[in-house]
Design a protein around this ligand. Structure first.
Ligand code: NGO
Length: 530
């Protein structure tokens, strides 16, 4: 308020010709100072400011020499991001040249950058992104976005100027697996809503979208050999709404769109518990042959597939085969959490039969960490979702499995669960693992998190978003932002960059970007938003 009044009086005075002080040009210069190279999330591995800024102009071209169609597509994607706010044509050309935005794929420049790394060099004539693989170009583009003023994210023409600070960023990820999970079972989310979330994840270099496709409250993917799973089992959701499911074409579209943003989809079919929607759809899956009613509440642990029945494995094999066929990625998640209605012996017997089915269709098992209490298959991955009150024996079991070769994805519920409330006043979410404020979500080290786990056993991190209380995109965004970028940074940035004070300042700068993008984030009080 006070600032706008000052501005108005300055403008009035300037119009009256009474102000010739340096105040106005100084203000303009401050507004035009480019974003510092290190104000990026996730924190880049190495940043060296140097030389002059690059300024995007009406004549800027995006140069993608070489013959990679994928590099050209990424050039087109970048142009699509920058055109609305800059109003520049930004043609994508294969013609070489040392000016403009230049992509370099492979070659000497790309040495040491690995499968996902990139180097961004900015100077007076050009900003160059080099990478060994297209994924690196894509991640470099996300960095480039954050180096431009936040207004670049707006959908209409903005004044600029569009400067990128001079210097070099060299950047490679700490972990290969950087995931986010969306529960589309408790509440169904449309293809459009999932795409919106994918775009939000891609900005922070998340490379895996885990979709929780089945649970007690809904089965969300068409299975040709068991059609009632989707048509009946998907016909409701928490609270009794209409639910929904993805046709195979819908699902392929999600997979394709995710891949275009360098995210791999990991499908999850949760078994043997969390299966009421399946049990309700087919009476023969129940030990007593009776189908229970559909379920729209939020209790857990009451359902189980019938472990002794042969039909159970016909079902599991058909589902795994059909889902594997829709999955270009290597992982297939079989759940395995909270099987409180399955005896321990049955649970282990079930996993002994189902894990080989995943391998039979060419995929690698991921299971929630309870799988380590059974006999994890060779190469299996366990997803740890314990919290501060998880007992020592359970942690030990996970650590022992890790020592025996089971790799881990870390999603500690009191750190990485995006559905936990921020504090007691958060209107959405749950609090069984406590409150998770922005600092708590960020301030931990995946490398040293579980005692006795060899560092090399950690495949990466994942931020799950369970949706018992969430039913709109605005709800998802309120819980994910501003915590998700913290988990993304833990997955990407070297441990030595970890620092709450620096992170907090970088996070504060994201707010204006989210405003420009229409992301409904929570203005957490511990972040010093400008
Ligand atoms: C648990 C449970 C889910 C709930 C979630 C809510 C896991 C792996 N199983 O996490 O069914 O939705 O908590 O926070």
């Amino acid at each position: 308020m006070r600032r706008s009044r000052l501005l108005i009086s300055l403008l009035l005075a300037a119009a009256a010709g009474t102000v010739t002080t340096a105040a106005v040009p100084q203000q303009r210069a401050a507004a035009a100072a480019p974003v510092p190279l290190d104000r990026v999330i996730p924190a880049p591995a190495s940043v060296r400011p140097a030389g002059t800024a690059y300024t995007l102009g009406a004549g800027t071209r995006i140069r993608v020499p070489g013959n990679s169609a994928e590099a050209r597509r990424i050039g087109g994607y970048l142009a699509g991001l920058l055109r609305p706010a800059t109003g520049y044509p930004l043609p994508v050309t294969t013609r070489g040249g040392a000016d403009g935005i230049v992509f370099r794929l492979g070659g000497r420049d790309a040495r040491g950058l690995g499968a996902e790394g990139y180097r961004l060099t900015s100077g007076g004539r050009a900003v160059t992104i080099s990478a060994a693989r297209p994924a690196g170009l894509f991640h470099g583009v996300q960095t480039l976005r954050q180096l431009l003023p936040a207004a670049v994210e707006k959908g209409t023409r903005q004044p600029g100027p569009w400067r990128i600070a001079g210097g070099t960023i060299s950047d490679t990820p700490r972990y290969a697996y950087r995931g986010a999970m969306l529960d589309v079972s408790r509440h169904f989310f449309t293809v459009g809503q999932v795409k919106r979330y994918i775009d939000q994840l891609a900005q922070y270099k998340i490379n895996t979208l885990h979709l929780h496709l089945s649970d007690d409250q809904g089965w969300r993917i068409a299975i040709d050999s068991w059609p009632r799973l989707a048509t009946y089992g998907g016909s409701t959701q928490v609270g009794g709404g209409p639910g929904g499911h993805y046709t195979k074409a819908d699902y392929r579209e999600i997979v394709r769109y995710a891949a275009s943003r360098y995210l791999t989809v990991v499908p999850e079919i949760d078994m043997p518990g969390h299966t009421n929607a399946a049990l309700a759809s087919y009476a023969e899956l129940n030990c007593d042959g009776q189908a229970p009613p559909l379920y729209t509440g939020t209790k857990v642990g009451f359902s189980s597939l019938c472990v002794p029945k042969k039909t159970t494995y016909d079902f599991a094999e058909d589902v795994i085969r059909e889902i594997a066929a829709l999955t270009p990625g290597r992982y297939l998640h079989i759940g395995g959490d909270e099987a409180h209605s399955t005896s321990h012996a049955d649970y282990a017997a079930f996993m002994d039969k189902v894990q080989p089915l995943v391998a039979k269709y060419g995929k690698t098992v991921i299971g929630w960490h309870q799988l380590t209490g059974a006999r994890p298959a060779k190469g299996a991955v366990a997803q740890y979702w314990g919290y501060d009150r998880t007992g020592a024996p359970e942690r030990q079991q996970v650590a022992d499995a890790a020592k025996n070769g089971t790799r881990l994805i870390l999603s500690p519920a009191d750190r990485a669960y995006l559905d936990m409330k921020y504090d007691k006043d958060t209107p959405l979410g749950l609090n069984w693992a406590g409150y998770v404020d922005v600092r708590r979500a960020y301030d931990w080290d995946p490398g040293g998190y579980l005692a006795g786990v060899p560092a090399g056993a950690v495949l990466g991190v994942e931020a799950p978003l369970w949706t018992e209380t969430l039913s709109t995109s605005a709800n998802l965004e309120y819980m994910a932002f501003p915590r998700l970028p913290g988990i993304a940074e833990l997955g990407w940035s070297p441990a030595r960059t970890h620092d709450w004070t620096s992170y907090r300042a970088r996070l504060a700068a994201q707010g204006a970007r989210w405003d420009a993008q229409g992301i409904h984030y929570y203005r957490a009080p511990e972040v010093g938003w400008p």
